[in-house]
Design a protein around this ligand. Structure first.
Ligand SMILES: Cc1cn([C@H]2C[C@H](O)[C@@H](COP(=O)(O)OP(=O)(O)O)O2)c(=O)[nH]c1=O
Length: 223
């Protein structure tokens, strides 16, 4: 049996990845496909311990207190554990896997810690590390859910009902978030990711509208 397919939804915090991943998985399952939805970080697993330490500020209160290679390793190891215990055999047996974030999140959120002239080198390292050295599958397609900055800002403010203390080290740092947005746009443009524009006229488009585009893109790669 040939190996499966891996379809990744990527985007900044609050872009609706989880909602869109769930709807896509339900749609594919409804049409009789063998499908599994996965999400990263895998907070339910002990393998996310270092990610949790990092995001809660135990290695420093700012994202830049942990260099991108170290932070990427925490997330990569979490993905490896999830692959080995949860979805690797399903994927290897031909199943379709829909991922809410993947290695591509290191490309967006860790790349942004480096000056732009070091991005290509970092991206080469991140993908070679996970897809070749660790042996994780490379995605068949990546969809970037793009949200206009002003709308994104509003969504993030509402997220924790004004309780700033609940934000993780990434969410607290607006300058870092702006850099991550630039890295995301760079990746989408240079790495062949498909972009879905989730906002129009200063507001989020409807979930159904966005899902229709996501389903069309999935149809192109999953058949
Ligand atoms: C999966 C992953 C996430 N991240 C970052 C993105 C987020 O800022 C942070 C936490 O992810 P996540 O829990 O998806 O964010 P949210 O708070 O929106 O639920 O970790 C990476 O830097 N690399 C990765 O591989």
């Amino acid at each position: 049996m040939s190996k499966g397919r891996l379809f990744v939804l990527e985007g900044l915090d609050g872009s609706g990845k989880a909602t869109q991943a769930k709807l896509l998985a339900a749609h594919l399952a409804g049409s009789g496909r063998r499908v599994m939805e996965i999400t990263f970080p895998d907070y339910e697993s002990d393998s996310s311990a270092l990610v949790k330490m990092y995001l809660s500020g135990q290695f420093g209160s700012r994202p830049d207190d942990v260099n991108p290679y170290a932070a990427s390793s925490f997330y990569a190891v979490d993905r490896y554990a999830s692959y080995k215990t949860k979805w690797g055999s399903f994927y290897e047996a031909g199943g379709i896997v829909i991922a809410d974030r993947y290695t591509t999140s290191n490309a967006v959120h860790q790349c942004s810690k480096l000056p732009p002239d070091q991005w290509d080198g970092f991206l080469r390292w991140a993908f070679e590390y996970e897809y070749q050295l660790l042996g994780l599958p490379a995605p068949d397609a990546v969809v970037y859910l793009q949200v206009d900055p002003a709308v994104s800002q509003k969504l993030m403010t509402g997220r924790y009902h004004g309780d700033e203390s609940r934000k993780d080290v990434h969410e607290k740092d607006t300058e870092y978030l702006a850099r991550s947005r630039r890295a995301a746009e760079y990746c989408a443009e240079h790495l062949g990711w498909a972009t879905v524009h989730c906002t129009a006229d200063g507001a989020m488009r409807t979930i159904e509208d966005i899902q229709a585009e996501v389903q069309a893109l999935a149809g192109n790669v999953l058949g």
